[in-house]
Design a protein around this ligand. Sequence first.
Ligand code: ADP
Ligand code: MG
Length: 266
Amino acid sequence: MIPNKLVEMNNVTIQFGGLLAIDNVSIYAYEGEILTIIGPNGAGKTTLFNILSGVYQPTSGEIRLKGKLVKNLTPHALVKKGIARTFQNIRLFPMLTVLENVMLGHHCRNKEGLLGVLFHGRKVNEQRLKSINYCKQLLGVVGLENLLEELASNLPYGKQRLLEIARALATECDVLLLDEPAAGMNTQERIELVKLIRRISKEMNKSIILIEHDLDLVMDISDRIVVLDYGCKIAEGSPLAIQNDPKVIEAYIGSSDEEGDDYAVI
Ligand SMILES: Nc1ncnc2c1ncn2[C@@H]1O[C@H](COP(=O)(O)OP(=O)(O)O)[C@@H](O)[C@H]1O
Ligand SMILES: [Mg+2]
């Protein structure tokens, strides 16, 4: 059976003034698939996420979710349609607890509303309880179940990234966009992260699109890889094919002078 394409971007271009940040790029991800986007800094990876999550509207091209065209939708509307993301620079509510942060992710799926999550009265009790249980369960998935009442700002960096993932999952998304989730994590945290991402993809059956610099992690976890360079897709394929692609090696070695030796490891 051919799996469904949960998300696809067809011939998308976005221009900022004179800069073609994304130039006629097409990508897709199947249900249960981990697609990783790699490329030197400034290649357009985050911009691609900003388009997929409705932060930017493309200059041309189309986006489809479960085969249906989505156009001119706000980030909030796209979350409701099933696209959730985490951010390269973590964006949590630092003065709310771990549990409250996840409940804010879930508010788009219940009738309680944003204010209800924060200022709850009697009326919403039953629904609130369900939501609390659901969010606790997700915190269990990411391994933060013992930190429910901790303020988000008190968590170490790696755990804040896991909390962002739990909050994104709480939107009940079909497609999860993870922008450099391993950044700032130590080796052990990275190993756990790989297991978690696999679990979300293969057990929860979501499409995951991942932006990641750690090439060992990328080669280990990806079902498929897309390589961006200067806004263009220069390669696409299995981890093995990508590692041996001369265009990819060229793009990385070409950028190593400016970026240090980060990419010379491919
Ligand atoms: N809102 C914007 N206005 C102007 N230029 C932008 C904007 N967003 C991104 N860019 C430019 O687009 C290019 C790609 O950026 P980005 O997607 O953040 O790269 P990456 O995530 O691959 O490092 C960069 O040259 C960046 O400066
Ligand atoms: Mg980026």
